[in-house]
Ligand binder design. Structure first.
Ligand SMILES: O=C(CO)COP(=O)(O)O
Length: 251
């Protein structure tokens, strides 16, 4: 089976439009490596300029969130209709910061996954345990609950196109990354859950990333693991040279 490696930068709440465009000009042609998919998930305000800048390149643009309704009286929200209209390809769903600070639940994550597919956006579904759960030994249980909930009512064909990002919360922005063996253990388990929910072909097709303090100097180690298909990267995706090194490291 061959899954295309996927490196996605999650810029979180960083970069003005001019900073985003300057970044893109610096990585163009460099963070484009044959056989590796490269995605920038930027703040909403940067998306029109980035989609324009990305034309003619192999770099895809993603959003960091969407509302689960297509339109309506939801002040301050952005829908899948709007993202699709812009030319965005990917959308992060259920990032732990959204779950923690913006009250997202397994149920809203599931609704957002359906909203993404209604508009032909590829969801990057984020799952992962917090420190307390890790210390209690419930990492796999937490990942099972989150995965099963996120994919409720999602077809095998849709699941096969999806991306899952396993991001242990305690490893995000802390410099304390999961060991590659631990990440492989959990990600292999998540793949087995997809096989149970669907079938082996779907499990073989879905791409699963590791996220949490991934840097240019450790990305290759994660990529060397059988079930790890890429990385979702925060801090190290913000500087052009670092981002280019991440994409090169995923070869
Ligand atoms: O949250 C993350 C990506 O979504 C990970 O962030 P860091 O790479 O900064 O640890």
């Amino acid at each position: 089976m061959s899954r295309t490696p996927i490196i996605a930068g999650n810029w979180k709440m960083f970069k003005t439009v001019s900073e985003a465009v300057a970044f893109f000009e610096a990585v163009k042609g460099k963070a484009e490596v044959a056989g590796v998919e490269s995605v920038i998930c930027a703040p909403f305000t940067n998306l029109p300029a980035l989609v324009e800048a990305a034309k003619g390149t192999s770099i895809a643009i993603g959003a960091q969130n969407l509302h689960f309704e297509d339109n309506g009286a939801f002040t301050g929200e952005i829908s899948g209709v709007m993202l699709k209209d812009l030319g965005v390809k990917y959308v992060l769903i259920g990032h732990s910061e959204r779950r923690q600070y913006f009250a997202e639940t397994d149920e809203t994550v599931n609704k957002k996954v359906h909203a993404a597919f209604r508009h032909s956006l590829v969801p990057i579904v984020c799952i992962g345990e917090n420190l307390e759960e890790r210390e209690a030994g419930t990492t796999k249980d937490v990942c099972r609950v989150q995965t099963e909930a996120a994919f409720k009512g999602v077809s095998a064909e849709q699941a096969a196109q999806s991306v899952i990002a396993y991001e242990p919360v305690w490893a995000i922005g802390t410099g304390k990354s999961s060991t590659s063996a631990d990440a492989q253990d959990v990600i292999g388990y998540v793949r087995s859950i997809i096989a149970e929910l669907y079938d082996q072909a779907t499990a073989d097709a879905i791409r699963i990333q590791y996220g949490g303090s991934v840097k240019p100097n450790n990305v290759a180690e994660y990529m060397g693991q059988a079930d790890i298909d890429g990385a979702l990267v925060g801090g190290a995706s913000l500087e052009p040279d670092s981002y280019i090194a991440l994409v090169e490291g995923a070869k």
